[in-house]
Design a protein around this ligand. Sequence first.
Ligand code: SF4
Ligand SMILES: [Zn+2]
Length: 272
Amino acid sequence: MKLESKIKQTIQKYKLCNKREKVIVAVSGGKDSTVTAYLLKKFGYNVEAFHIDLKIGKYSEKCLGAVKELCSDLDIKLHIYDMKKEMGSGMCYLRTAIQAKSGKTKLKNCAICGVIKKWILNKTARKLKASKLATGHNLDDEAQTFLMNIFKGSPQLSANTGPISRNISDKKFIPRIKPLFYVAENDVREYSKKKKLPVVYEKCPCAIDSYRIQVRKFLNTLPTKEKQNIMKNFDKISGKIQKVKNTRIEYCEVCGEPARKNICKKCELVGV
Ligand code: SF4
Ligand SMILES: [Zn+2]
């Protein structure tokens, strides 16, 4: 099935969004989120874009340039979060400080960055009165996450995974949608090149040591069909996982954002 029809089908089958609600697309400058924004706009959804300027040197400058070009070409309203201005330092500095504090149990770059980005995304999407928050996660990302959770013996961590976040219903949590959930990374790359979209193809210089990278290397040895099978199996068992999942939402005592415990992951890390 062609990429566009596959994404349309995912949006319709899983009721990801409708044309009356506001969808904020988290655009990084990479191919996946760029294709997500491009197609949601092309399909006629009410789309605005949100970019977190992580201040990772030249790489972030290129990403910012790419999202500005995309949004200006497509006439999409772009919101930018400047990490230095909003949090007092860029991602590199913040991450190094957190890692220094964590001592021997050195937290990985992407683990820290991921927690902080998620916190910013939910808070900002809510501030912008979005009904949905769209991200560019593709089939490869999802297969990696699913396998990582299995390898770590915690399949229940996949309970809320799917093209739309499940089992979380809270006024402060903006549901996340992943229109590219069933589309292989290679197909997204090919499509973005065919459409000549402004994309930064180089890797983030901080993506160096994650467990995800090891799993990705392994998955890249498999054909797309087998990656699709991983997610088909996920679909089959996800209903069972959800039954054992406790998805009670609390509010962080420090920042007031939705959290699983009394302090959210971001505040635990940043230690404010
Ligand atoms: S690759 Fe890792 S460090 Fe770089 S932006 Fe993504 S999560 Fe952050
Ligand atoms: Zn918090």
